[in-house]
Write a protein that binds this ligand. Structure first.
Ligand code: ADP
Ligand code: ADP
Ligand code: MG
Length: 626
C-alpha cells in the first residue's frame, strides 16, 4: 500500500477520503486555492499545498499545479474526488507520467465514457440497452432536427461532454428546437469547452437508477447493487437511496448485469457508476431500463451504498489502485437494510435556490447518523465552488425507518446566517408520495411551490420569540408592541404582541416564559431554529432601506458574484415583466435575471464575459406608465 495520498479536491469529499486514509495509516496531503487556505479539509490534513487563486480554473482544475503539489507534498498517490478533474483523462495521464499512483480507472476508460456519444456507441456495440437517441459527427442543425423528428418529441439535447445536469434541454416540438440547441451549446461550451451535442428520446416521468460497479487490475469485477437517484431538481440529484424502491429480483439482475457488461466493455478498474433511465410508469421492468451514461469516479451519493453493503468504497479504491484484488467476491456482497442521503446545500429554496454565501457563524449538524460535511462553524462558504456543504446519510432496517430518521435529521439542521435547503429536504422526505415510493424525476418540479415555499415559524416558536424579546427589553432593548388584546369567544383573553419575523409583522401570544431555545443574539435580533430553517425575530420593524422591494426602481442587479453568460436584450428594448434580460453564471449555475415589470430597457451596462460583483446593477428598466 502507498504511504501518502493527495486529494485533488476540496470540501466534504476531500475530508471523507482523508478519513479512510487516516484509518488505514496513509498520510494525507490537501491542496487548496486562496479561497480555501483555512478550510476544514486543509486544517485536518497532515500537509497542505496552496495551488493557486480562488477561481477553479486556476487552482483545482490546474493540472500542472496539482502535479507540482503532489511532488512538493510528497504524495505517492492522487485521488481526484468527484467533480473538478475526476473524469479528466489528461489528468490521469499526467499523474501517471509523474510516477504517481492514479486512484481511478485507466485514462482510456475515462476518455470513452467521458463523452456521452462515444460511450453510447461503445455500449451499443457491447449489447447494453441504450436510451433511444442519436449521436454522430454531423452536428448541423438540420441533421439534428431531422434526427429529433425521427426519434419523436419530446427529445433531450445533451452536451456530449456534459455532467452535473448541465446543458441538457428538453424540446417538445420543432419550433423550439433551434433555440434549445443554441442554449445547450452555449452552456456546454462555457462549462466543458466543447459544444458537441447528442439527442435522446425524452422518457416521460422516468426514474434514475444507477449501479455501483468495481473492478480490479486482475480482471475482477463486481457490482454493489443499485441506487435510486430519482429525486432531482433541474436534473441534479437531491436525495438518493439504496436499494431502489419497488425493485424486483428480476429487474435487479437485469440492470446489474447490464452495468457489469458496460464496465467490462472498457476493462474497468476502480469505482464506477453506470447510470440508467427507467420508464417506471408501470413499475420497474427489465425491458424498460436503458443505459444513460457511466461516471468513471466515486459518486457523490456513494455513502448509501456503503451503508447497505458495509463496504468502505474509498478503502477499496486505495487497495485496487495499489494493485490488490477486490476484497470481496460477488457472492459475499449482500444488501442489508435501507439508506437515504440528503444533499445539504447553502442555498435559499424560496428565492429560486440562490446560493447563500458568507461566514457560517452558527452550525449545528444532527448526530446519530452519518454526516459527511465540508465545513465547520466559523468557516467561509464562498461563491467560487458548488453549494454542497454536507451530506446526511440515514440507515435503518426499513425504508420507512431510514426516511423518518433522515427527515428528522434535516429538520434539526441549524445554520446562520448562511441559509440551507434543510427544510426543503425535510418536506420532500415527509411527502406521502415519497413515502409510498411513488416517485419520478418530476417529483420535485411538480410540487415546487409547496416544497420550496418560504418557511413559516410555528405559533409556539413565535410565542417563544415574543417572550424572549420581552425579556430582552428589560435589558434596554426595544419591547414588542402590545397589539389588540386577543379577544376570543369562550377562551380566556391572551396577551398578544406584535413582533417581526424575517421582516414581516406577526402577532404572537405572550402566554409563557421564554422557552428553552437556541437563541443567537445578533444585536436586537433573535435567531430561532425550527424544521431546518432559521427565523430572525425582532421587536421593531426592520430598517426600511434594507427592505426596499427588489426591482422597485427597475434596477436589475447581479444576485451574486459571477460572469455574464448571455445578454438577451439591448438598450431601448421593450420588455415584459419576467422577460429574461441577462444570464449570470455563478456557482456553476446559470441565473436568469428578469425584468421586474413591463417597460423599456433604459440602461444596459453589462456585456457577455463581464465579471460582476454581487449587487452590481447590470440593467435598469423604466416603467412605461411613469
Ligand atoms: P454524482 O453523479 O456523483 O451524483 P452529480 O451528478 O450530482 O454527482 O454531479 C456531478 C458532478 O458535478 C459532481 O462531481 C459535482 O461536483 C458537480 N456538481 C454538483 N453540483 C453541481 C451544479 N449545481 N452544477 C454543476 N456541477 C455540479
Ligand atoms: P449528467 O451527465 O449531466 O448527469 P445524465 O445523462 O446523467 O447527465 O442525465 C441527468 C439527468 O437528466 C438524469 O438523471 C435524468 O433525470 C435526466 N435524463 C437524462 N436522460 C434522460 C432521458 N433520456 N429521458 C428523461 N430524462 C433524462
Ligand atoms: Mg448523470
Amino acid at each position: 500500500m502507498f504511504r501518502s495520498v493527495l486529494v485533488a479536491n476540496r470540501g466534504e469529499i476531500a475530508r471523507r477520503i482523508f478519513r479512510t486514509a487516516r484509518r488505514m495509516g496513509i498520510e494525507t496531503v490537501a491542496v487548496c486555492s486562496d479561497a480555501d487556505l483555512e478550510a476544514a479539509h486543509v486544517r485536518e490534513a497532515d500537509r497542505a499545498v496552496r495551488i493557486g487563486p480562488a477561481p477553479a480554473a486556476e487552482s483545482y482544475l490546474s493540472i500542472p499545479d496539482l502535479i507540482a503539489a503532489a511532488v512538493e507534498g510528497g504524495a505517492e498517490a492522487v485521488h481526484p474526488g468527484y467533480g473538478f478533474l475526476s473524469e479528466n483523462a489528461a489528468f490521469a495521464e499526467a499523474v501517471q507520467a509523474a510516477g504517481l499512483i492514479w486512484i481511478g480507472p485507466s485514462p482510456d476508460a475515462i476518455r470513452v465514457m467521458g463523452l456521452k456519444d462515444s460511450a453510447r456507441e461503445r455500449m451499443i456495440a457491447a449489447g447494453v440497452p441504450v436510451t433511444p437517441g442519436w449521436q454522430g459527427d454531423d452536428g448541423a442543425e438540420t441533421t439534428l432536427l431531422a434526427a429529433a423528428r425521427e426519434l419523436g418529441w419530446p427529445v433531450l439535447i445533451k452536451a456530449a461532454a456534459g455532467g452535473g445536469g448541465r446543458g441538457i434541454r428538453r424540446v417538445d416540438d420543432a419550433a423550439d428546437f433551434a433555440a434549445a440547441l443554441a442554449a445547450c451549446r452555449r452552456e456546454a461550451l462555457g462549462a466543458f469547452g466543447d459544444d458537441r451535442v447528442l439527442l435522446e428520446r425524452c422518457i416521460e416521468a422516468p426514474r434514475h437508477i444507477e449501479v455501483q460497479v468495481f473492478g480490479d487490475s486482475q480482471g475482477g469485477l463486481v457490482h454493489l447493487f443499485e441506487r435510486d437517484c430519482t429525486l432531482q431538481r433541474r436534473r441534479q440529484k437531491v436525495i438518493e437511496e439504496a436499494p431502489a424502491p419497488g425493485m424486483t429480483a428480476e429487474v435487479r439482475e437485469a440492470v446489474c448485469a447490464a452495468a457489469l457488461a458496460a464496465a467490462r466493455a472498457v476493462d474497468y478498474v476502480g469505482a464506477g457508476t453506470v447510470e440508467f433511465i427507467a420508464d417506471a410508469r408501470d413499475g420497474l421492468r427489465a425491458d424498460r431500463i436503458w443505459f444513460m451514461e457511466m461516471n468513471t469516479r466515486l459518486q457523490v451519493e456513494h455513502p448509501v451504498t456503503e451503508a447497505v453493503t458495509g463496504v468502505d468504497l474509498v478503502e477499496w479504491q486505495f487497495r485496487v489502485a495499489a494493485g490488490e484484488p477486490l476484497p470481496l467476491s460477488q457472492d459475499r456482497i449482500a444488501l442489508n437494510g435501507w439508506a437515504l442521503e440528503a444533499r445539504l446545500c447553502a442555498e435559499v429554496p424560496e428565492r429560486g435556490f440562490l446560493p447563500s454565501t458568507g461566514r457560517l457563524e452558527h452550525l449545528f449538524l444532527p448526530e446519530g447518523l452519518r454526516v459527511d460535511s465540508g465545513v465547520e462553524a466559523g468557516d467561509e462558504v464562498g461563491p467560487h465552488y458548488d453549494s454542497l456543504i454536507a451530506k446526511l446519510i440515514a440507515w435503518a432496517p426499513t425504508r420507512e425507518g431510514a426516511t423518518e430518521a433522515l427527515a428528522e435529521a434535516c429538520g434539526a439542521v441549524e445554520t446562520w446566517p448562511i441559509r440551507t435547503n434543510a427544510a426543503f429536504l425535510a418536506r420532500c422526505l415527509d411527502d406521502p408520495d415519497f413515502l409510498a415510493g411513488r416517485i419520478d424525476t418530476g417529483f420535485i418540479g411538480d410540487r415546487l411551490d409547496r416544497l420550496a415555499a418560504a418557511p413559516e415559524p410555528s405559533a409556539d416558536l413565535a410565542a417563544a420569540a415574543a417572550a424572549a424579546l420581552s425579556a430582552l427589553s428589560s435589558d434596554g432593548a426595544s419591547a414588542p408592541s402590545h397589539d389588540l388584546a386577543g379577544f376570543r369567544l369562550n377562551a380566556p383573553p391572551r396577551e398578544q404582541v406584535r413582533i417581526w419575523c424575517d421582516g414581516q409583522p406577526l402577532l404572537a401570544a405572550l402566554d409563557g416564559g421564554p422557552e428553552e431555545a437556541d437563541l443567537l443574539d445578533a444585536g436586537e435580533t433573535l435567531i430561532l431554529f425550527e424544521g431546518g430553517s432559521a427565523f430572525a425575530f425582532s421587536a421593531t420593524p426592520p430598517d426600511p432601506e434594507g427592505g426596499a422591494a427588489a426591482g422597485g426602481d427597475g434596477a436589475v442587479s447581479a444576485p451574486l458574484p459571477g460572469k455574464v453568460a448571455a445578454v438577451s436584450v439591448s438598450e431601448g428594448a421593450r420588455v415584459l415583466r419576467g422577460d429574461i434580460l441577462l444570464v449570470v453564471e455563478a456557482m456553476k449555475m446559470e441565473h436568469g435575471l428578469a425584468a421586474p415589470f413591463d417597460g423599456v430597457v433604459e440602461v444596459l451596462s453589462a456585456s457577455v464575459g463581464d465579471q460582476v460583483r454581487e449587487g452590481e446593477v447590470l440593467a435598469r428598466v423604466r416603467s412605461e406608465a411613469s
